[in-house]
Design a binder for this molecule. Structure first.
Ligand SMILES: Nc1ncnc2c1ncn2[C@@H]1O[C@H](COP(=O)(O)OP(=O)(O)OP(=O)(O)O)[C@@H](O)[C@H]1O
Ligand SMILES: [Mg+2]
Length: 337
């Protein structure tokens, strides 16, 4: 890493609070040809506005361009075209100030194995010119649950601990924008939930968080808005709730009061299957069909309802639909049928 002159968010000139934490316009990136590989257009004109105070999710399949986008924001990769502003600062006009406004946890964990977490945070704070009196090393170690490992060699930390250390490292200069590239990859369930809690806390305390993830559950749980990118293009960018409403499909599972050997004819208006002799799964479109219609049809077939539950469509359905994976999945479902 290049050492730059003292500069950190705390000493930045206070300018008007920006409308957006991050603003990206017409961003393109073509990686140069290398060896046998030709040039690669990783970003094909990305427009993105991340509101202040958001927890914003960036989703997309492998190679979609997520890390490229993040690394350009962080000043780690040079863009080909377009503009990027971090906290109201254009990265071309004021690169140092833009860098001081963002903290990035990269996807690849790279750390010197012979430094301890405490040393690493102190070193990072030094690089960002954070004065000794303003350093938050102990507080950050506590926040990521590494107080008891503060003086252990980094190489002796587990993968999940290393990732948490990287989060702390990205926070040393108290940037208003925190970017996490795959923050919970390879982290066990318990730690993942702990990291989510930590991200929520940072967000409550004022950080705008941008994260990429392959765990759709994580995005659904944590993010208030989500952008899906595919082949270097934004294919959706909406509040999570709006995105979830896009898939117009639900399933109603009904436990009936006697054994059946086929789906009753009364249910022919719906897509129903008999999962077990007493368990029917009825798929319907909430925009066109209502549950009371299904219940009326069951009553018409002389069936009593012992129990029922509905299943919402989730982010996975939408993701597959928007990234062209739905087709593949339908084929799998078809083969299995
Ligand atoms: N340094 C590089 N040189 C050449 N091509 C690159 C380079 N970095 C990334 N690419 C290519 O750019 C495209 C986007 O890669 P990127 O790493 O941004 O994807 P990603 O969405 O982060 O994927 P993942 O989910 O696997 O992390 C891919 O086709 C990748 O092979
Ligand atoms: Mg990536």
């Amino acid at each position: 890493m290049v050492a730059h002159a003292p500069l950190n968010a705390a000493t930045l000139p206070t300018h008007a609070v920006p409308a957006y934490a991050v603003e990206v316009r017409g961003l393109t990136k073509t990686y140069q040809a290398a060896g046998k590989a030709g040039p690669k257009q990783a970003l094909k004109g990305i427009d993105l506005a991340i509101p202040r105070g958001a927890v914003f999710g960036l989703l997309g399949p492998n190679g979609a361009g997520k890390s490229t986008l993040i690394n350009i924001m962080a000043g780690l990769v040079n863009k080909t075209g377009g503009t990027v502003s971090i906290w109201g600062t254009d990265i071309d006009a004021h690169p140092r100030q833009a860098r001081a406004s963002i903290g990035v946890v990269p996807q690849e964990l790279n750390m010197d194995p012979f430094f301890t977490p405490r040393e690493m945070l102190e070193l990072q704070a030094g690089l960002y010119g954070v004065p000794k009196a303003e350093r938050r090393t102990e507080e950050l170690l506590e926040a990521v649950g590494l107080r008891d490992k503060a003086d252990a060699y980094a190489r002796s930390l587990s993968g999940g601990m290393k990732r948490r250390l990287m989060v702390a490292k990205a926070m040393v200069h108290t940037p208003p924008v925190l970017v996490l590239d795959e923050p919970t990859a390879g982290v066990d369930v318990e730690l993942r939930i702990q990291l989510w809690e930590h991200v929520r806390k940072l967000n409550r305390e004022g950080s705008t968080v941008l994260l990429t993830t392959h765990y759709l559950e994580e995005a659904q749980e944590l993010c208030d808005s989500i952008a899906i990118i595919n082949h270097g293009t934004v294919v959706a960018c909406e509040p999570t709730a709006t995105l979830l409403r896009r898939v117009d499909a639900k399933a109603l599972t009904v436990l009936v009061d006697r054994d059946l050997d086929a789906v009753p004819a009364e249910l022919s208006a719906f897509t129903a299957e008999l999962a077990e002799p007493r368990r029917l799964i009825v798929r319907y479109q909430p925009s066109r069909q209502r549950v009371d219609g299904i219940l009326a049809a069951l009553a018409g077939a002389g069936l009593g309802v012992v129990d029922l539950s509905t299943e919402e469509s989730d982010l996975e359905d939408i993701f597959l639909q928007l990234t062209g994976g739905a087709h593949a999945r339908k084929e799998i479902a078809h083969d299995a049928a």
